[in-house]
Design a protein around this ligand. Structure first.
Ligand SMILES: Cc1cc2nc3c(=O)[nH]c(=O)nc-3n(C[C@H](O)[C@H](O)[C@H](O)COP(=O)(O)OP(=O)(O)OC[C@H]3O[C@@H](n4cnc5c(N)ncnc54)[C@H](O)[C@@H]3O)c2cc1C
Length: 407
């Protein structure tokens, strides 16, 4: 079912459209059209079967959006931070699994190489990733280290011209089929490094996590690394400490804020369309005061999310965005999206829990957004640290290693 909005009833209540460049509008429109035409009609079936829609990869590749703001000289789109945000929003407005797949490939994996790779590494890996001929994954989280991932235990031992990697990773998006996975591990000196592990490397095993109730049409894997050998030139040149890893996480977190917005927009649009046509007690739902009040509050939250996301993208462009600013947007938008989507689900009554009506999928998917790339609490602690100067991550923060933002 495509979105059923009458003209003039969209979610751009404060006319943000006016602030977009022609190029940003064009990028948004092409991603929206792709989602309406290619994603929404097929995705509930994949979601239900817990299958990943591989058929969409070449179609996404044709959009030329992978790599976001990474410069064109590296074969990437070189788009503005606003355009990148709009892409994340439109993809999740279409479907949260598709946006999560894209966020890992184009965000985490490609940004890690763009920000931390040598020129040679960038030239080698990024152009085929931008064409989506090679798909990326980003393996940071471990079974025993999620929010405290700075304490990661995976090891990369130097042996001649190779590193030998051992460890366990959990929740790694795309890892079961990715052509390359950026694996984070500590070297012999205890320094954190990012190592590019290519598909088929002996000792690398990825098992898809089944039974999820959120983002079911994208695969995350438990990854085992047993004596995985990579050449030394596969170590990202500029990744030496966890602070470097953190640069990637901060750079992609603003995209997650936009992603949360996309879920809220989709759910609101669907709920409004439904409330227009659903008649109870002789009148359409939209004719009731309570329903209008709820729609107004939902739109108010969406508008606040839009303004925050747009401004955050400007701060990215101007290189003024701090870690806390990115966290504040992710925290705020994920919380608000969760509320908006829950309201929408209720407005659809029983149909709100049916996949056919799409709201249920967004309702379930937004839960993962609330947790990944740093939980709601962890984002609040990052903001708290920035505004107070005191780290409250651990009971005895001064004794713990300084925690860094998780994925
Ligand atoms: C769908 C999905 C996709 C993902 N994709 C990837 C990926 O591609 N690559 C990757 O590396 N990782 C990925 N992750 C991992 C994700 O980043 C982690 O799940 C997330 O950081 C939370 O870690 P955890 O699940 O271990 O929860 P935990 O860290 O165990 O947290 C459990 C609860 O404890 C709270 N908590 C933790 N520490 C504190 C504290 N100091 N004070 C108060 N409360 C606290 C948390 O807020 C949370 O409510 C993905 C996760 C999901 C669900």
């Amino acid at each position: 079912m495509a979105f059923e909005l009458a003209p003039g009833t969209g979610t751009d209540y404060y006319l943000l459209e006016e602030l977009l460049t022609d190029e940003e509008r064009a990028i948004r429109d092409k991603v929206r059209a792709f989602c309406d035409r290619e994603v929404i009609p097929i995705i509930s079936d994949y979601w239900q079967r817990e299958e990943f829609p591989f058929e969409l990869i070449p179609k996404m590749a044709a959009l030329r959006i992978a790599g976001g703001s990474i410069p064109t000289i590296l074969g990437c789109p070189g788009m503005s931070a606003v355009a990148m945000g709009l892409v994340a929003m439109e993809l999740s407005r279409g479907d949260g699994s598709v946006s999560a797949f894209f966020g890992v490939h184009s965000g985490l994996a490609m940004m890690a190489i763009a920000l931390l790779g040598s020129n040679e590494q960038r030239m080698r890996w990024l152009p085929p990733m931008a064409r989506m001929e090679r798909i990326g994954a980003f393996a940071l989280t471990e079974p025993d280290h999620g929010s405290d991932v700075v304490l990661l235990e995976s090891r990369a031992r130097r042996e001649g011209d190779e590193y030998v990697i051992d460890g366990e990773k959990r929740w790694i998006g795309n890892a079961s089929f990715a052509d390359l996975t950026i694996v984070w591990a500590r070297d012999d000196e205890g320094h954190v490094g990012g190592f590019i592990v290519e598909k088929g490397t002996p000792g690398f095993e990825a098992e898809v996590i089944r039974g999820k109730t959120s983002k079911r049409a994208v695969w995350q894997a438990n990854v085992r690394l047993r004596g995985v050998r990579v050449p030394v030139e596969h170590r990202l040149e500029k990744a030496r400490t966890f602070k470097d890893t953190g640069k990637v996480l901060v750079a992609t977190r603003f995209g997650v804020a936009w992603e949360a917005l996309g879920h809220a927009v989709a759910a609101y649009e669907l709920a409004l369309a439904y409330a227009r046509r659903r008649v109870q007690f002789g009148r359409p739902l939209v004719a009731y005061q309570d329903v209008q009040t709820r729609l107004a509050k939902m739109l108010a939250e969406i508008t606040s999310m839009q303004l925050l996301s747009y401004r955050l993208s400007q701060l990215v462009e101007q290189r003024w965005m701090t870690e806390g600013m990115a966290s504040l947007a992710k925290m705020h938008n994920a919380q608000k999206a969760r509320w908006v989507v829950a309201q929408a689900r209720d407005l659809l009554g029983g149909n709100g829990i049916l996949l056919d009506h799409h709201v249920a999928r967004h309702w379930a998917d937004v839960e993962a957004v609330y947790t990944y790339e740093g939980t709601d609490t962890i984002q609040s602690l990052i903001v708290g640290r920035e505004i107070t100067g005191v780290s409250a991550f651990a009971p005895h923060a001064e004794q713990a290693q300084p925690p860094q933002p998780p994925v």
